[in-house]
Design a protein. Structure first.
Ligand code: ADP
Ligand code: MG
Lengths: 248, 317
């Protein structure tokens, strides 16, 4: 693993710890992501994946108790959410927010020119004429909402995008569209942190990091890590009690 | 067309356009229209199937609008009420008669662009006959000084199978003091929707009462309000729905967003059922702007203020 700064490294997480009250959620996470890389972060429920996403993005209430985050070689641990977004990091939530009265057209014009909104929708496989005037509220299905979120992510041309469980709560057609989009992000040179608890989804990663009990338990070749995950983690209901034998 | 092309008219048209709406129908003879400044009728235009009677009263104008039975108005009727001076009082007493099976839409603008202290009383009665449909949207434009007191009062009655959709919007300029009192009686199979949107700032005071009396079988109604309270403004919303007949369905939906340190919001749903086959529901929320909505927009690069503006604009649209 490459922990030092390297030309191709865009995002680094170093020895990241975080607490909720007295409970430690992240216990020293290290990650090093390269430009244009698809990195799957796999782990069963409750291992700290969403917490990690929130800390990298800089959401309110999520602060590291130790360690730091580096973007393009610069320490961003203490800069604001907006500033991180402006530098090129963004996040798509597991269940995206709904907005009363804001149309898809307006929503997709936030960080880009109005003239491009049609392309943003085409990028995620949605027909512009069917969606541009719809409101980004509860009336959109889960899959539609998630695809619009990816269109919004695309609109700001990020350098790093964190996708928290992009495959959860949606239909098959949307899953295919989302996988397609992640591959297109790669072509653009955008690095993706693909957070999932589903090994099928994780397979599209160039590399996989397995998160367990707030730490990266295993990292490397996609096939190998997923095999390990299937054999050891899916049946494991003892979060917080890693069998040291497994690590050898 | 009978227009007094005075400066007042032009000035009112200009403020009308500041709400973002197109004022050209006020000068187009295809459209029915009525323009009143203070207690003077500046312009009036009537086309087929509509009659607008006006009369000067103390501090204002009384008007009666008749829509003939069976008439379907393809174009909206434009109403424009204003007070250009800084101080004064305007009383508009109006009565609308919407004949059987007719259909009409009113677009109304109220402009008080220079208000230092203005009292604006709107006292309306609406009669919607069997199977008739009326839509009424009222948009206010106030000065930035908060010197307007507005008292919109509506008493409506919708006969069997009739429909009324009423929208009130005051989001540009300061509110000042606003006391809305709407009450609509609904007969069999009638449908009513009341929708109020207000943006309070500084020490604005907003009191809203929306009441629906569902007195006929299968009548249905929605009393909806969206109030955003900034600075030290005050909002108090009362949503009243009564299910007094079998199979009536009613809902009151009030959302107040508070984002001033010293803003205060109250919300009271008052729902009742006098028939076991009626069903009335309510939802009300008072609170900050949703954190996830804010963070989503900020994760696309907006700062806090820009995110608030966009969310508020959506809610008050
Ligand atoms: N605000 C919170 N308060 C208390 N516990 C929390 C909070 N957020 C997360 N946790 C706990 O932190 C752990 C990790 O949560 P999370 O990051 O959501 O995991 P994952 O996304 O992998 O399912 C869980 O045990 C969860 O219960
Ligand atoms: Mg999660």
């Amino acid at each position: 693993m490459n922990t030092g700064y390297h030309q191709n490294v865009i995002l680094e997480v170093k020895n990241l710890h975080s607490k909720v009250g007295d409970k430690e959620i992240l216990k020293g996470v290290n990650l090093s992501i390269e430009k244009g890389e698809i990195r799957s972060i796999i782990g069963v429920n409750g291992t700290g994946k969403t917490t990690l996403a929130a800390i990298i993005m800089g959401l309110e209430g999520y602060n590291p108790s130790n360690g730091g985050i580096f973007f393009e070689g610069k320490d961003i641990t203490n800069i604001s959410l907006t500033e991180r977004a402006k530098r090129g990091i963004t996040l798509a939530w597991q269940s995206p927010a709904r907005f009363e009265g804001i149309t898809v057209r307006e929503y997709l014009s936030i960080g880009a020119s109005k003239n491009d909104v049609e392309n943003f929708l085409k990028f995620v496989g949605l027909a512009p004429n069917l969606y541009l005037n719809r409101v980004v509220d509860e009336k959109l299905s889960g899959g539609e909402r998630k695809r619009i979120e990816l269109a919004s992510v695309f609109s700001i041309r990020p350098k790093v995008v964190i996708l928290d469980e992009p495959d959860s709560g949606i239909d098959m057609a949307s899953i295919h569209a989302i996988i397609n989009v992640i591959r297109k992000f790669k072509k653009m040179g955008t690095a993706t942190l693909l957070i999932t608890h589903n090994e099928e989804m994780a397979k599209i990663g160039d590399k996989v990091s397995l998160l367990c009990d707030g730490k990266v338990l295993k990292e490397g070749e996609t096939e190998e890590v997923i095999k390990f995950f299937k054999q050891n983690c899916k049946i494991c209901n003892h979060i917080g009690q890693i069998d040291e034998e497994l690590l050898k | 067309m009978n227009i007094d092309y005075s400066k007042e008219f032009e000035y009112l048209v200009k403020t009308y356009e500041k709400t973002g709406d197109d004022a050209s129908p006020l000068m187009d003879s295809k459209y029915d229209s009525l323009v009143i400044n203070q207690d003077r009728v500046l312009a009036k235009n009537e086309t087929e199937g509509i009659k607008i009677e006006t009369k000067k009263i103390k501090d204002g104008v009384s008007l009666k609008v008749y829509i003939k039975e069976g008439i379907v108005k393809p174009l909206p009727v434009h109403l424009c009420f204003g007070m250009l001076p800084r101080e004064g009082k305007q009383v508009i007493k109006s009565e609308f008669f919407v004949g059987k099976k007719s259909k009409v839409k009113f677009i109304s603008h109220c402009s008080f662009p220079n208000a230092k202290h203005i009292i604006h009383i709107m006292d309306s009665k609406v009669h919607i006959e069997d199977g008739a449909e009326m839509e009424y949207t009222e948009t206010h434009y106030h000065s930035k000084e908060g010197g307007v007191e507005t008292y919109p009062k509506l008493r409506g009655r919708i006969e069997n199978g009739g429909r009324l959709k009423e929208e009130f919007k005051l989001v540009v300029g300061r509110v000042g003091l606003l006391k809305i009192d709407y009450e609509v009686e609904q007969l069999k199979k009638s449908i009513c929707e009341l929708d109020t949107k207000v943006y309070g700032k500084e020490n604005d005071r907003i009191e809203i009462r929306e009441a629906l009396l569902l007195n006929g079988e299968y009548a249905s109604g929605l009393a909806k309000s969206r109030v955003v309270l900034k600075d030290k403004s005050y909002g108090n919303v009362l949503g009243e729905v009564q299910g007094n007949a079998p199979y009536t369905r009613g809902h009151t939906d009030c959302q107040e967003i508070v984002y001033g340190e010293n803003a205060v919001a109250y919300s009271t749903p008052n729902i009742s059922v006098k028939n076991s086959l009626a069903k009335i529901t309510h939802e009300a929320s008072i609170g900050r702007i949703d954190k996830k909505e804010m963070e989503t927009l900020m994760a696309r690069g907006l700062n806090e203020e820009e995110a608030v503006d966009l969310i508020v604009k959506g809610i008050l649209k």
